[in-house]
Ligand binder design. Structure first.
Ligand code: ADP
Ligand code: MG
Length: 335
Protein backbone atom coordinates (compact mmCIF):
# COMPACT_ATOMS: atom_id res chain seq x y z
CA UNK A 1 0.00 0.00 0.00
CA UNK A 2 1.16 3.49 -0.81
CA UNK A 3 0.25 6.61 1.12
CA UNK A 4 1.04 10.04 -0.21
CA UNK A 5 0.38 12.77 2.31
CA UNK A 6 0.37 16.48 1.67
CA UNK A 7 3.07 16.19 -0.94
CA UNK A 8 4.55 19.45 -2.23
CA UNK A 9 7.41 20.03 -4.67
CA UNK A 10 8.60 23.50 -5.55
CA UNK A 11 11.21 24.38 -8.15
CA UNK A 12 12.18 27.87 -7.07
CA UNK A 13 8.91 29.72 -7.01
CA UNK A 14 7.18 27.25 -9.31
CA UNK A 15 4.93 24.70 -7.65
CA UNK A 16 5.15 21.40 -9.54
CA UNK A 17 3.25 19.31 -6.97
CA UNK A 18 0.68 21.07 -4.86
CA UNK A 19 -0.47 19.28 -1.68
CA UNK A 20 -1.22 15.87 -3.15
CA UNK A 21 -2.99 13.32 -0.99
CA UNK A 22 -3.93 9.80 -1.98
CA UNK A 23 -3.77 6.19 -0.90
CA UNK A 24 -3.22 3.36 -3.34
CA UNK A 25 -4.21 -0.17 -2.50
CA UNK A 26 -2.62 -3.42 -3.37
CA UNK A 27 -3.35 -5.30 -6.56
CA UNK A 28 -4.91 -2.60 -8.72
CA UNK A 29 -3.81 -0.73 -11.84
CA UNK A 30 -3.71 2.99 -11.17
CA UNK A 31 -3.38 5.67 -13.81
CA UNK A 32 -2.01 9.17 -13.31
CA UNK A 33 -3.67 11.23 -16.00
CA UNK A 34 -2.86 14.84 -16.71
CA UNK A 35 -1.61 17.21 -19.40
CA UNK A 36 2.10 17.73 -19.93
CA UNK A 37 3.55 19.67 -17.03
CA UNK A 38 0.83 18.57 -14.61
CA UNK A 39 3.35 17.09 -12.18
CA UNK A 40 3.04 13.38 -12.91
CA UNK A 41 6.74 12.64 -13.37
CA UNK A 42 7.70 14.78 -10.39
CA UNK A 43 5.24 12.86 -8.21
CA UNK A 44 6.54 9.51 -9.45
CA UNK A 45 10.14 10.60 -8.93
CA UNK A 46 9.36 11.48 -5.33
CA UNK A 47 7.38 8.28 -4.73
CA UNK A 48 10.31 6.21 -5.91
CA UNK A 49 12.93 8.14 -3.96
CA UNK A 50 14.63 9.71 -6.99
CA UNK A 51 13.77 13.19 -5.88
CA UNK A 52 13.24 14.83 -2.51
CA UNK A 53 9.95 16.51 -1.68
CA UNK A 54 9.67 20.09 -0.46
CA UNK A 55 6.97 19.03 2.01
CA UNK A 56 4.91 15.99 2.83
CA UNK A 57 5.58 12.29 3.01
CA UNK A 58 5.41 9.09 1.01
CA UNK A 59 4.99 5.81 2.83
CA UNK A 60 5.45 2.54 0.93
CA UNK A 61 4.20 -0.54 2.78
CA UNK A 62 4.79 1.23 6.07
CA UNK A 63 8.27 2.49 5.11
CA UNK A 64 8.84 6.22 4.77
CA UNK A 65 10.71 6.80 1.51
CA UNK A 66 12.97 9.36 3.19
CA UNK A 67 13.58 7.66 6.53
CA UNK A 68 13.86 4.08 5.30
CA UNK A 69 14.72 4.43 1.61
CA UNK A 70 16.24 0.95 1.27
CA UNK A 71 13.21 -0.86 2.64
CA UNK A 72 10.79 1.35 0.70
CA UNK A 73 12.66 1.06 -2.59
CA UNK A 74 12.80 -2.71 -2.28
CA UNK A 75 9.04 -2.75 -2.84
CA UNK A 76 9.22 -0.72 -6.04
CA UNK A 77 10.29 -1.22 -9.63
CA UNK A 78 10.46 1.99 -11.65
CA UNK A 79 10.54 2.85 -15.31
CA UNK A 80 11.29 6.58 -15.40
CA UNK A 81 10.29 8.84 -18.27
CA UNK A 82 13.87 8.65 -19.55
CA UNK A 83 15.05 5.16 -18.61
CA UNK A 84 18.65 5.10 -17.40
CA UNK A 85 19.90 2.63 -19.99
CA UNK A 86 23.58 2.03 -20.64
CA UNK A 87 23.54 2.00 -24.39
CA UNK A 88 27.00 0.47 -24.74
CA UNK A 89 25.87 -2.65 -22.94
CA UNK A 90 24.18 -5.64 -24.45
CA UNK A 91 20.64 -6.36 -23.29
CA UNK A 92 21.38 -9.37 -21.16
CA UNK A 93 24.57 -7.84 -19.83
CA UNK A 94 22.64 -4.75 -18.77
CA UNK A 95 20.00 -6.83 -17.02
CA UNK A 96 22.75 -8.65 -15.10
CA UNK A 97 24.14 -5.31 -14.09
CA UNK A 98 20.67 -4.10 -13.04
CA UNK A 99 20.09 -7.30 -11.04
CA UNK A 100 23.36 -6.74 -9.22
CA UNK A 101 22.43 -3.15 -8.39
CA UNK A 102 19.08 -4.33 -7.14
CA UNK A 103 20.95 -6.75 -4.89
CA UNK A 104 19.14 -9.78 -6.22
CA UNK A 105 20.78 -12.89 -4.80
CA UNK A 106 23.38 -14.37 -7.18
CA UNK A 107 21.67 -17.73 -7.37
CA UNK A 108 18.37 -16.13 -8.44
CA UNK A 109 19.75 -13.77 -11.05
CA UNK A 110 19.92 -16.09 -14.02
CA UNK A 111 16.39 -17.37 -13.50
CA UNK A 112 14.91 -13.93 -12.98
CA UNK A 113 16.63 -12.42 -15.99
CA UNK A 114 15.30 -15.31 -18.06
CA UNK A 115 11.78 -14.65 -16.80
CA UNK A 116 11.79 -10.91 -17.38
CA UNK A 117 13.23 -11.37 -20.87
CA UNK A 118 10.46 -13.83 -21.58
CA UNK A 119 7.77 -11.48 -20.24
CA UNK A 120 9.08 -8.51 -22.22
CA UNK A 121 9.88 -10.63 -25.29
CA UNK A 122 13.54 -9.68 -25.33
CA UNK A 123 14.95 -13.14 -25.96
CA UNK A 124 15.76 -12.50 -29.61
CA UNK A 125 17.77 -9.36 -28.89
CA UNK A 126 19.52 -10.49 -25.71
CA UNK A 127 22.97 -10.25 -27.32
CA UNK A 128 22.36 -6.96 -29.12
CA UNK A 129 23.77 -3.63 -28.01
CA UNK A 130 21.07 -1.44 -26.46
CA UNK A 131 22.35 1.42 -28.61
CA UNK A 132 21.22 -0.42 -31.75
CA UNK A 133 17.72 -1.21 -30.55
CA UNK A 134 14.55 0.52 -31.73
CA UNK A 135 12.64 2.75 -29.34
CA UNK A 136 10.11 -0.01 -28.71
CA UNK A 137 12.77 -2.53 -27.74
CA UNK A 138 14.58 -0.02 -25.56
CA UNK A 139 11.34 0.62 -23.73
CA UNK A 140 11.05 -3.11 -23.15
CA UNK A 141 14.56 -3.19 -21.72
CA UNK A 142 13.53 -0.38 -19.38
CA UNK A 143 10.47 -2.36 -18.40
CA UNK A 144 12.48 -5.55 -17.90
CA UNK A 145 14.76 -3.61 -15.57
CA UNK A 146 11.75 -2.30 -13.63
CA UNK A 147 10.27 -5.78 -13.21
CA UNK A 148 13.53 -7.42 -12.11
CA UNK A 149 13.28 -8.60 -8.55
CA UNK A 150 9.51 -8.76 -9.00
CA UNK A 151 8.79 -5.93 -6.58
CA UNK A 152 5.27 -5.62 -5.24
CA UNK A 153 4.74 -2.22 -6.85
CA UNK A 154 5.64 -1.34 -10.42
CA UNK A 155 5.66 2.32 -11.43
CA UNK A 156 5.81 3.21 -15.12
CA UNK A 157 6.10 6.80 -16.33
CA UNK A 158 4.49 7.17 -19.76
CA UNK A 159 5.34 3.57 -20.71
CA UNK A 160 3.85 3.77 -24.19
CA UNK A 161 5.09 7.17 -25.28
CA UNK A 162 6.76 7.08 -28.70
CA UNK A 163 5.71 3.53 -29.47
CA UNK A 164 3.81 2.38 -32.53
CA UNK A 165 0.26 0.97 -32.18
CA UNK A 166 1.39 -2.65 -32.23
CA UNK A 167 3.98 -2.03 -29.55
CA UNK A 168 1.41 -0.12 -27.49
CA UNK A 169 -0.92 -3.11 -27.55
CA UNK A 170 1.94 -5.41 -26.48
CA UNK A 171 2.88 -3.14 -23.59
CA UNK A 172 -0.75 -2.94 -22.48
CA UNK A 173 -0.96 -6.72 -22.47
CA UNK A 174 2.21 -6.90 -20.45
CA UNK A 175 0.85 -4.38 -17.94
CA UNK A 176 -2.32 -6.44 -17.52
CA UNK A 177 -0.21 -9.55 -17.08
CA UNK A 178 1.91 -7.86 -14.42
CA UNK A 179 -1.18 -6.56 -12.64
CA UNK A 180 -2.22 -10.12 -11.87
CA UNK A 181 0.23 -10.16 -9.00
CA UNK A 182 1.57 -6.63 -8.71
CA UNK A 183 0.24 -3.16 -8.04
CA UNK A 184 0.88 -1.15 -11.18
CA UNK A 185 0.93 2.63 -11.40
CA UNK A 186 1.34 4.25 -14.77
CA UNK A 187 1.11 7.76 -16.10
CA UNK A 188 -0.01 9.24 -19.38
CA UNK A 189 -1.23 12.50 -20.82
CA UNK A 190 -3.50 10.49 -23.10
CA UNK A 191 -6.88 9.52 -21.74
CA UNK A 192 -7.36 6.50 -24.00
CA UNK A 193 -4.08 5.10 -22.74
CA UNK A 194 -5.21 5.26 -19.12
CA UNK A 195 -8.80 4.15 -19.59
CA UNK A 196 -7.66 1.12 -21.61
CA UNK A 197 -5.82 -0.49 -18.71
CA UNK A 198 -6.52 1.23 -15.40
CA UNK A 199 -8.99 0.26 -12.68
CA UNK A 200 -8.64 3.62 -11.08
CA UNK A 201 -7.78 7.06 -12.45
CA UNK A 202 -6.13 9.95 -10.65
CA UNK A 203 -6.47 13.14 -12.67
CA UNK A 204 -3.71 15.62 -11.94
CA UNK A 205 -3.75 19.23 -13.09
CA UNK A 206 -1.34 21.98 -12.03
CA UNK A 207 0.15 19.64 -9.43
CA UNK A 208 -3.23 19.09 -7.79
CA UNK A 209 -5.38 16.01 -7.63
CA UNK A 210 -8.61 17.12 -9.28
CA UNK A 211 -10.39 13.76 -9.39
CA UNK A 212 -9.76 10.18 -8.39
CA UNK A 213 -12.18 7.41 -9.10
CA UNK A 214 -12.95 4.47 -11.34
CA UNK A 215 -13.50 5.32 -15.02
CA UNK A 216 -17.19 4.40 -14.62
CA UNK A 217 -17.72 6.69 -11.63
CA UNK A 218 -15.94 9.56 -13.32
CA UNK A 219 -18.35 9.26 -16.22
CA UNK A 220 -21.29 9.16 -13.81
CA UNK A 221 -20.12 12.36 -12.18
CA UNK A 222 -20.49 14.05 -15.51
CA UNK A 223 -24.08 12.97 -16.00
CA UNK A 224 -25.15 16.30 -14.47
CA UNK A 225 -23.87 18.08 -17.53
CA UNK A 226 -25.68 15.82 -19.97
CA UNK A 227 -28.03 17.74 -22.26
CA UNK A 228 -30.87 16.79 -24.53
CA UNK A 229 -30.52 18.57 -27.82
CA UNK A 230 -33.53 19.08 -30.11
CA UNK A 231 -34.18 20.78 -33.43
CA UNK A 232 -37.81 21.68 -34.18
CA UNK A 233 -39.43 23.30 -37.22
CA UNK A 234 -41.01 26.30 -35.54
CA UNK A 235 -40.30 29.72 -34.12
CA UNK A 236 -38.90 30.02 -30.62
CA UNK A 237 -42.16 31.10 -28.95
CA UNK A 238 -43.92 28.00 -30.28
CA UNK A 239 -41.14 25.69 -29.09
CA UNK A 240 -41.09 27.46 -25.73
CA UNK A 241 -44.83 26.99 -25.42
CA UNK A 242 -44.60 23.28 -26.09
CA UNK A 243 -41.69 22.73 -23.72
CA UNK A 244 -43.55 24.53 -20.94
CA UNK A 245 -46.09 21.67 -21.01
CA UNK A 246 -43.42 19.00 -20.53
CA UNK A 247 -42.54 18.15 -16.92
CA UNK A 248 -39.06 17.48 -15.46
CA UNK A 249 -37.21 20.16 -17.40
CA UNK A 250 -34.67 22.00 -15.24
CA UNK A 251 -33.38 24.48 -17.79
CA UNK A 252 -33.52 25.27 -21.52
CA UNK A 253 -31.48 27.50 -23.78
CA UNK A 254 -32.65 28.40 -27.28
CA UNK A 255 -30.93 29.24 -30.53
CA UNK A 256 -32.92 30.32 -33.58
CA UNK A 257 -31.35 29.12 -36.79
CA UNK A 258 -31.39 30.84 -40.16
CA UNK A 259 -33.66 28.26 -41.78
CA UNK A 260 -36.45 29.03 -39.29
CA UNK A 261 -35.84 26.06 -37.05
CA UNK A 262 -35.25 26.38 -33.33
CA UNK A 263 -32.55 24.53 -31.47
CA UNK A 264 -33.16 23.89 -27.78
CA UNK A 265 -30.63 22.53 -25.30
CA UNK A 266 -32.52 20.97 -22.45
CA UNK A 267 -31.23 20.09 -19.01
CA UNK A 268 -33.47 17.43 -17.50
CA UNK A 269 -34.13 17.12 -13.79
CA UNK A 270 -31.95 14.50 -12.17
CA UNK A 271 -32.95 10.97 -13.05
CA UNK A 272 -35.61 12.08 -15.54
CA UNK A 273 -35.93 10.87 -19.12
CA UNK A 274 -38.34 13.13 -20.99
CA UNK A 275 -37.68 11.91 -24.51
CA UNK A 276 -41.02 10.17 -25.09
CA UNK A 277 -43.11 12.96 -23.58
CA UNK A 278 -41.19 15.43 -25.65
CA UNK A 279 -41.89 13.45 -28.80
CA UNK A 280 -45.66 13.34 -28.16
CA UNK A 281 -45.84 16.98 -27.07
CA UNK A 282 -44.35 18.13 -30.35
CA UNK A 283 -46.52 15.71 -32.36
CA UNK A 284 -49.74 16.83 -30.62
CA UNK A 285 -48.88 20.45 -31.30
CA UNK A 286 -48.12 19.58 -34.92
CA UNK A 287 -44.66 21.05 -34.62
CA UNK A 288 -42.20 18.76 -36.41
CA UNK A 289 -39.34 17.54 -34.26
CA UNK A 290 -36.46 17.20 -36.70
CA UNK A 291 -33.79 15.84 -34.43
CA UNK A 292 -33.29 14.71 -30.86
CA UNK A 293 -29.92 13.70 -29.42
CA UNK A 294 -28.44 13.24 -26.00
CA UNK A 295 -24.95 14.67 -25.55
CA UNK A 296 -22.96 11.89 -23.98
CA UNK A 297 -20.97 12.30 -20.83
CA UNK A 298 -17.72 10.73 -21.86
CA UNK A 299 -14.53 10.39 -19.94
CA UNK A 300 -13.08 12.74 -22.53
CA UNK A 301 -15.49 15.46 -21.30
CA UNK A 302 -14.54 14.77 -17.70
CA UNK A 303 -10.88 15.10 -18.47
CA UNK A 304 -11.32 18.26 -20.52
CA UNK A 305 -13.55 19.87 -17.94
CA UNK A 306 -11.23 19.12 -15.05
CA UNK A 307 -8.07 20.21 -16.80
CA UNK A 308 -9.60 22.99 -18.87
CA UNK A 309 -7.62 25.87 -17.48
CA UNK A 310 -4.42 23.98 -18.13
CA UNK A 311 -2.06 25.76 -20.42
CA UNK A 312 0.27 23.48 -22.27
CA UNK A 313 3.74 23.49 -20.85
CA UNK A 314 6.91 23.84 -22.81
CA UNK A 315 8.17 20.47 -24.07
CA UNK A 316 10.19 18.36 -21.68
CA UNK A 317 13.33 18.85 -23.75
CA UNK A 318 13.96 22.16 -22.03
CA UNK A 319 15.63 20.59 -19.07
CA UNK A 320 17.18 22.55 -16.30
CA UNK A 321 20.42 21.58 -14.70
CA UNK A 322 18.61 20.20 -11.72
CA UNK A 323 16.71 17.65 -13.74
CA UNK A 324 19.88 16.50 -15.48
CA UNK A 325 21.54 16.09 -12.14
CA UNK A 326 18.71 14.08 -10.70
CA UNK A 327 18.89 11.73 -13.65
CA UNK A 328 22.54 11.10 -13.00
CA UNK A 329 21.83 10.37 -9.38
CA UNK A 330 19.14 8.01 -10.50
CA UNK A 331 21.59 6.06 -12.65
CA UNK A 332 23.61 5.15 -9.66
CA UNK A 333 21.06 4.64 -6.99
CA UNK A 334 17.91 3.33 -8.46
CA UNK A 335 18.07 0.84 -11.24
P1 ADP B 1 4.39 15.84 -16.17
O1 ADP B 1 5.20 14.63 -15.93
O2 ADP B 1 2.98 15.74 -15.68
O3 ADP B 1 4.46 16.30 -17.59
P2 ADP B 1 6.42 17.15 -14.59
O4 ADP B 1 6.36 16.52 -13.26
O5 ADP B 1 7.50 16.74 -15.50
O6 ADP B 1 4.99 17.04 -15.29
O7 ADP B 1 6.54 18.73 -14.41
C1 ADP B 1 5.71 19.47 -13.52
C2 ADP B 1 6.14 20.92 -13.54
O8 ADP B 1 7.41 21.08 -12.92
C3 ADP B 1 6.29 21.49 -14.94
O9 ADP B 1 5.82 22.82 -14.92
C4 ADP B 1 7.76 21.44 -15.20
O10 ADP B 1 8.16 22.45 -16.07
C5 ADP B 1 8.33 21.64 -13.80
N1 ADP B 1 9.63 20.96 -13.63
C6 ADP B 1 9.84 19.63 -13.74
N2 ADP B 1 11.13 19.31 -13.49
C7 ADP B 1 11.75 20.48 -13.22
C8 ADP B 1 13.10 20.84 -12.87
N3 ADP B 1 14.04 19.90 -12.74
N4 ADP B 1 13.36 22.14 -12.67
C9 ADP B 1 12.40 23.08 -12.78
N5 ADP B 1 11.12 22.82 -13.08
C10 ADP B 1 10.78 21.54 -13.31
MG1 MG C 1 6.14 13.45 -17.32
Amino acid sequence: MIEVKNLVKRYGTQVAVDHLNFTLEKGKIYGFLGPNGAGKSTTMNIMTGYLGATEGEVVINGHDILKEPEAAKKCIGYLPELPPLYTDMKVEEYLHFAAELKKIAKKDREGQIGRVMELTKLGDVRHRLIRNLSKGYRQRVGLAQAILGFPEIIILDEPTVGLDPKQIIEIRELIRELAKDHTVILSSHILAEISAVCDYILIISHGKLVASDTPEHLEMQMKGSERLLIYARGIQSVVEGILSQVPHIADVSYTVLEDGTTKAEILEEEGADIREELFYAFAENRCPLLEMTKTKATLENVFLELTQSEEQEAPVSEQTEESVESEEEADESDL
